[in-house]
Write a protein that binds this ligand. Structure first.
Ligand code: ZN
Length: 168
């Protein structure tokens, strides 16, 4: 992992924090092209009631609409939390490149278990079980610790008013 990778992951954590401030689950993602330019970024928007509004899904759809297949394959997706199966599938179908995440789905599952949050309706799978050819790096322990704090704040701040499906 390089300095630029950490810089983009830091931005993902900031976006996750923005989501939390907006009353949403703390997840954020950044799409970076082959020359290191940030093309698109988003945070979780499932508080709208549409539980498919994960940032990685938004990135994949933006890439499909705005980048050539070659550009997509040369891009990197940075994300605060490892993709859920829906987002991993979108990533694979759209043909995006490397994924770098700050915290893993396994870590998230552990945190939600500690919090007593019911398991999501969609299975928690590593990205490579959904997209075997994906290049994936993560987690980054220091950032994962910060994200754990955001998830605890989200779930404890809201009591138990959290629908199942809390996943990135
Ligand atoms: Zn997702």
């Amino acid at each position: 992992m390089e300095t630029d990778d950490l810089k983009h992951l830091e931005r993902c954590v900031e976006l996750a924090y923005q989501a939390l401030e907006a009353g949403d689950e703390p997840f954020g993602s950044v799409l970076v092209d082959s020359v290191g330019r940030v093309c698109f970024e988003d945070h979780n928007r499932v508080a709208s009631g549409d539980r498919t509004r994960h940032p990685e899904f938004a990135l994949a759809r933006w890439a499909a609409a705005n980048m050539s297949p070659v550009e997509r394959a040369a891009s990197t997706v940075y994300t605060s939390g490892e993709h859920c199966p829906m987002c991993a599938a979108a990533h694979g179908w759209v043909g995006l490149g490397r994924i770098v995440y700050a915290s893993s789905s396994a870590q998230l599952a552990t945190w939600l278990d500690e919090l007593g949050v019911p398991p999501p309706p969609v299975a928690t799978l590593p990205i490579k079980e959904v997209v075997p050819g994906a290049t994936v790096e993560g987690p980054v322990d220091e950032l994962a610790t910060r994200l754990r704090d955001l998830h605890f704040r989200f779930h404890m701040g809201n009591g138990s008013a959290v629908a199942p499906g809390s996943n990135a």
